[in-house]
Ligand binder design. Sequence first.
Ligand code: NFE
Length: 495
Amino acid sequence: MGKVTIDPVTRVEGHLRVSTETKGGTIHQARVAGEMYRGFEQILAGRDPLDAPVITQRICGVCPVSHAIASSRCVENALELPPPLSGKLLRNLILGANFLQSHILHFYQLSALDFLNIEGILSLKTRDPQLQELKGWVVQELDSNRILPAAPFLPRLKGDYPADLSWTQNLLSHYLQALDMRRKAHSMIALLGGKVPHVASIVPGGVTCTPTYGELEAFRGHLYILRRFIESVYLPDVMATAKQFPDYTRLGTGLRRFLAFGAFPEAEGDWLPSGTVDSRSFSSLREGEIREETAYSWYVDAPEQETSLPDPEKEGAYSWIKAPRYGGKACEVGPLARLIVAYHAGQPSVKEMVDDCMNRLRLNHSALKSVFGRHLARALEAQLLARRMEVWLDQIDPETSHVAEYVPRSQGSGSGLIEAPRGALGHWITIAEGRIATYQCMVPSTWNFSPMGGRKDPGPVESALLGTPVARDSQGLEAARVVRSFDPCIACAVH
Ligand code: NFE
């Protein structure tokens, strides 16, 4: 029996601990824990409901757009302020740009370092100028005899990094290019929403920006470059990396139960559908099935009313993350869940794209439920989304109003269910006497990184870690690859 704890998991926002126990060379028990309480729901009580989208954006610097939209939607439902179609389409463009930057960030800056043979690159002796430049990133040369490793490339966990140095060099060379692409995505958000992470234009009732034709064309120019990068660099890089690590197209399977809230409204309904898939069977979403459990979380138990009152001394608890359940069951959320729900709901463009990708990789569709399935789902979604954003852009009429007229109301209650880059996101509000009475957020990483629920049932990441083979002298790299495939954001998960 061996134990490996990663604390903190690096290259994530927030504080995440992963503890594993191994028996016979594989992980047979895993616990994931969020380690810092925040209390946004308490901060919101008593405030003006129109301030909720501004305050909840501060939950996270990676996905403020998603919180702004979920928050605006719950206030809109509570105060009966439905946004016009053009407001929804502008939000789609702002959120879409946030998805693109988030997925690119996740693969290149957050995940790729778990796979790249950096030491192999340093051992190469050729004078190739590109190689010399790459070496310059990963070490700081003091003089000809002494070198210092440079973060974030070195030092790193020991592991089975591949011998293929031409693939390594190629992927590493895209690291900086990816940073530039992310900057373009942020510029797109700035054109319609304000400088990230303070997206000012998303309000209950719609979007307050009034983009000119010139600004829409500037947005289109960035989008074109991003789409080309996704199609010709990002997706091919993910597919090539999956080929280097065939084991990880089988590992990290997890629950096989998927949930999506639906995303990107159009005139005829959501472009990406909502629903659940359990054992390949699709069902429509029923909001009443969503609950948060707290049996192993440091919160006061109050089964009939959602609560976020902290209880740091709670016996048996091990995480500041709560345990959302759908119909009493843990569910995986995120790009893979969106893809699988859309596939089983019969969305034709998703089906065609997934079938083509799996054929090209010569992999069965079951390989999607894996570490590389999640990476592929992100890249495929980015490709599909970048193409769809061009359609939304064509539908924007700068001459029309993008926001509903505000009619004051002093009470109501409502929910705002959307998809954030990392998965299903819900905000719920009740308003009394013009102030927020209660506010709840259920966030993608809360679903995926949940601790055990009331039936001692493990959360999605805890399940996905089970059965992962680990090296005898493992420092946790195998577990880190599984964990990171879910794209953790613990700032969001705990909020
Ligand atoms: Ni802090 Fe977020 C996304 C939201 S995740 S990054 O995507 O909502 O849990």
